[in-house]
Design a protein around this ligand. Structure first.
Ligand SMILES: C[S@@+](CC[C@H](N)C(=O)[O-])C[C@H]1O[C@@H](n2cnc3c(N)ncnc32)[C@H](O)[C@@H]1O
Length: 350
């Protein structure tokens, strides 16, 4: 039995829209009607009885046995059709992420009123999802140094902590405490496939360890140094290294690359720099720690008209250190802004 608003048919559309905007319409149940005069609208959440009675005079609250809307997983677009236009649905479906059992939506402010209803549609159509949250602000808006943003949990359990599986590894993360993006999974696999067994690898901004873990899993005979400044991220990385039994290959280090690398006094065959916002500030440091013929995977947000300039900047940085850089390839590794992409420059340092 669910609580329903029994509303006069002529008020039906307005009441449905009002409940939807407030996040009070239970979109998991089919709507009912009486033979003559009333629509039966299932309601949920912390709805306000007085507001509803005032707004829709003559309506009543009754408990009814309304069946669940039949849903098959993958029926997301079908569920969202009740709430959004086709264009809005496509935008939303293109931009959401799944980390473990958390769906993370990018809901534009103009859809604020519908956010909870949208979240229900996601949760209902994805049986393995237990939390639906939305992004608040850009990456770095909650903590610039650790690259954190805030989230608003729209429905489900009140947590941003989860276990995420990717390419045969399992990672524990709390997205409010440490950066992680599932979007780079293909790029991580690409880089791991390039690694040759026996290489000394450096991951400069290692986060909870996704690059280091993917490489160690695929190429177990490598030695990987993974440096990260956020203590929470390092705690997760250490746990992830243990649970995936990759401790023989990965050495997680807590600290600032600027302080740690000179102390390590070690050169590497491959250096990964997954920090596109600030990588330019660290390129000289990477080159200083590069063995002869080291490959650097350098990520940066660059406008597509400025690629040649970026390549020149890389070559000049190498010259300044008395080295030579050859740009082996430049690939798009994610979108950022109109005509500006997250590019990866694979560079050979001679
Ligand atoms: C964009 S995130 C990438 C994290 C991880 N590599 C991944 O792909 O999920 C950048 C990371 O660099 C870390 N960071 C920022 N400045 C740093 C520094 N000077 N030394 C070491 N780590 C740093 C941040 O805490 C953050 O976790």
């Amino acid at each position: 039995m669910v609580v329903c608003l029994k509303v006069k048919k002529q008020d039906g559309e307005a009441a449905k829209n009002f409940l939807r905007e407030k996040g009070w319409l239970d979109t998991e149940r089919v709507l009912g009607k009486t033979e003559l005069r009333y629509l039966i609208l299932p309601i949920t959440g912390t709805f306000d009885k007085h507001i509803l009675l005032k707004k829709f005079p003559g309506s009543k609250f009754e408990e009814k046995n309304l069946p669940l809307v039949p849903v098959h997983s993958g029926d997301l677009k079908h569920l969202l059709k009740n709430i959004l236009t086709e264009e809005q649905i496509n935008e939303l479906v293109r931009s959401y992420d799944v980390v473990g059992d958390i769906a993370i939506l990018d809901i534009p402010p103009k859809l604020n009123k519908l956010a909870v209803s949208i979240a229900w549609a996601f949760k209902r159509s994805m049986q393995y999802i237990n939390v639906v949250a939305r992004k608040i602000g850009k990456v770095g808006s909650a903590d610039d140094k650790y690259r954190l943003r805030n989230y608003e949990i729209l429905t489900g359990e009140k947590r941003m902590e989860t276990m995420h599986k990717e390419a045969g590894i399992t990672m524990h993360v709390d997205l409010e405490k440490a950066y992680f993006s599932p979007r780079s999974s293909h790029e991580r696999e690409r880089v791991a496939n390039l690694v040759k067994n026996g290489e000394q690898v450096l991951v400069m901004f290692a986060g909870i360890g996704p690059y280091a873990l993917t490489i160690a899993q695929k190429k177990p005979q490598t030695q990987i140094t993974a440096i990260e400044i956020n203590p929470d991220a390092v705690r997760f990385m250490e746990e992830n290294v243990r649970t995936n039994r990759l401790g023989f290959a990965i050495n997680p280090i807590l600290g600032d690359v600027i302080e740690i690398l000179p102390k390590l006094n070690k050169k590497f065959d491959r250096i990964i720099m997954p920090f596109p916002e600030k990588n330019w500030n660290f390129l000289d440091l990477a080159i200083k720690n590069a063995n002869k013929n080291c490959t650097v995977h350098f990520y940066a947000f660059v406008h597509e008209d400025k690629l040649k300039e970026a390549e020149e900047k890389i070559k000049k940085a190498a010259q300044k250190e008395g080295r030579k850089a050859e740009v082996l390839r430049v690939l798009k590794a994610g979108s950022y802004a109109p005509r500006t992409w997250r590019y990866v420059f694979d560079i050979k340092i001679k």
